[in-house]
Structure formats: structure tokens, C-alpha cells
Design a binder for this molecule. Structure first.
Ligand code: SF4
Length: 314
């Protein structure tokens, strides 16, 4: 049975026939991942699901929120956490100290320090899946959410249920206020074609801002070697855009280290990676990459855009 709103509900994908056509006709080069052994998924699901109370926000976001003067992130927390000089100095000190720590040690520090005001956003990429496996061993009640733009691949959304089944972490799907249908109607067509920056702003950044309200810290799955934008990411830093401490446990890991861990620990991953999709976001803005292309070359290809804005500070 197809449940409304579930990852199996393909009716939510207004362009799903086009998507099927894309898959049917797509002949992607198969880069290094094809040389990895096929993974078998873990077969003994944990039954203990997260009982952590959700933060006080609703599962929707208004497109107008991004322009409001409301308190955001840790400004709205109880107690609030503000980027005073001594706070920033302490974060820098911890970041330096944790440069040689394992990702698990970094996560343990974050959970110990921020407790239930620590959260994580995931797009179910290989790095995110790796962190989720770590969290399942360290703090499975951590509140984790996905920015469900309405344009994600079905393969991506299917990982949400896999994570709940295997790791006991129920990733919450947070959606913009407007459905894809209403949003495209409002803008006389898909905005990802004419103004992808606004589309990412409305369907990702605004939703994250609302989710982050009242939290102190969030984990990201970025690696420094992914792009010039990410090359300067600290392990622990202050995210002024979302007004949170930002923790990047995999900042100094390489792609090879991530995939080694996935193979060693039987961590499930998006099957599109086997078809040349090295970095996966929304389907309209993602293509498979060819041999020798940059890992993120398939994101917003041909537009000049390289980031959705979640991990940039401008
Ligand atoms: S990645 Fe593309 S479809 Fe997704 S929110 Fe950004 S512009 Fe819109």
C-alpha cells in the first residue's frame, strides 16, 4: 500500500514521468564506485527507535520567513547561545584540539556539550550515512532531519526508512510550506530553471532556519576536499547564517576514507552512486559525472552555481 507522504508515494513527484524517462534513457559512465564490491545491507534491524521529543517547530516553513527579523538558531534557544568573543575563542580552541580526533570522538564531544540542542541535517549522502551510523552507536536519540524539497530522488527518500530500520534513527522530513505544484504555479513554472538560488533559498535555507530555531549546534557532513568553498571548514565553528555552532566531524576525511567506512561497516548508500552520481541533491539539479570530472560537477551543472547556500556564509 502506498502511504500518502511516505517515501513510496511517488505521486508527490509532479515530474515523476519525466524522471522515469531520464532514468530509462540515461547511460552514465560508471566511475570508481563500480570497482567497489556490491554491498549487502545489514539484515538485523534495531527495534529501538528514537524517543527524543522533537523541538518546538512545525513541519512547514513560510517562504517569507527568510526576510523576517525573528530570532534564529541559538538566539531563540533557552538558554541562548551568542557568538561572544570568548565563545568563539573557545570554539576555535576545541576545533584545533579535535583536528586529530576521530569523527566519533568529535560527535561524542558535541553530544556531551550540546545535548538535546544538538541536531543534524542530512541529505543521505555517503558522508551523512556514515555519520548516521556513528550516531546510532553514540546517540541514536539525536534529532536528525532532511530538507525535503519535493524534488528529491525516490532513491534518496528510500534511505530514510532504511536508516530507521537499521539504526533506529527516524529522520524527520521537513518540507516547505508550498508543495512543488503550488510553488511552480506561483512562479509560473519551475524556479530551479530560472532562479535556482531563490529555489534553494525557499525550499532549503528557509526550512533549515525554521528547524534550527532553539538549537545550539548542528552537524554537517561536509569534507574539506569537496570544493574550494568547503576547504576552510573548521571542525567546530560558528555558523553565522543559521546562528549555530557548526560541527563537521568528517571535515578532514577524504572520499576514500568515507567509502572505506561504508564498505567496512555495511552502511547502506544511495544506489544512484553506482550510476555515476557522485553528489546527489534534487533531481532537476543533479546529473551523473564523467570520468575525471570533479565530484560535485553534476550539481547545478552549467549554471555556475556550486552550492545551495547551506554551507556558505555570505
Ligand atoms: S537543488 Fe534545485 S530543485 Fe532543489 S531546491 Fe535547489 S534549485 Fe530547487
Amino acid at each position: 500500500m502506498i502511504r500518502s507522504g511516505s517515501c513510496l508515494d511517488f505521486r508527490r513527484f509532479t515530474n515523476f514521468p519525466n524522471l522515469l524517462m531520464r532514468f530509462a534513457t540515461h547511460k552514465s559512465p560508471r566511475p570508481f564506485l563500480n570497482n567497489l564490491p556490491k554491498l549487502s545491507l545489514i539484515t538485523s534491524p534495531k527495534s529501538i527507535l528514537s524517543e527524543r521529543p522533537r523541538p518546538l517547530h512545525d513541519n512547514a516553513s513560510s517562504e517569507s520567513d527568510s526576510s523576517s527579523n525573528e530570532l534564529i538558531g541559538s538566539q531563540a534557544a533557552n538558554p541562548p547561545l551568542l557568538p561572544q568573543p570568548e565563545v568563539l575563542a573557545e570554539l576555535a580552541e576545541h576545533s584545533q584540539r579535535l583536528e586529530t580526533a576521530t569523527p566519533e570522538e568529535i560527535l561524542e564531544w558535541a553530544i556531551d556539550r550540546y545535548g538535546d540542542k544538538f541536531t543534524m541535517a542530512t541529505a543521505f549522502g555517503p558522508e551523512g550515512m556514515t555519520i548516521l551510523e556513528m550516531l546510532s552507536r553514540i546517540s541514536p536519540k539525536t534529532w536528525v532531519f532532511n530538507l525535503d524539497t519535493g524534488y528529491q530522488f525516490p532513491e534518496t527518500l528510500a534511505l530514510r526508512d532504511k536508516v530507521a530500520e537499521l539504526y533506529g534513527i527516524e529522520v524527520e522530513l521537513l518540507r516547505p510550506e508550498l508543495t512543488v505544484f503550488a510553488y511552480e504555479k506561483l512562479h509560473n513554472g519551475p524556479l530551479y530553471k530560472s532562479n535556482p538560488t531563490q529555489c534553494c533559498g525557499d525550499r532549503k535555507l528557509t526550512v533549515l532556519k525554521k528547524a534550527a530555531k532553539g538549537m545550539h549546534a548542528w552537524a554537517s557532513a561536509i569534507r574539506r576536499d569537496q570544493s574550494p568553498d568547503r576547504s576552510v571548514a573548521p571542525i567546530i565553528g560558528w555558523d553565522k547564517k543559521f546562528h549555530l555552532v557548526k560541527i563537521s566531524p568528517l571535515a578532514n576525511w577524504t572520499k576514500t576514507q568515507v567509502w572505506n567506512r561504508i564498505v567496512q561497516s555495511n552502511i547502506p548508500y544511495n544506489p544512484l552512486h553506482d550510476s555515476g552520481y557522485t553528489s546527489i541533491g534534487c533531481w532537476p539539479c543533479t546529473r551523473a559525472v564523467g570520468l575525471g570530472e570533479d565530484e560535485r560537477a553534476g550539481r547545478w551543472s552549467g549554471t555556475g552555481k556550486t552550492e545551495c547556500g547551506l554551507h556558505t556564509q555570505e
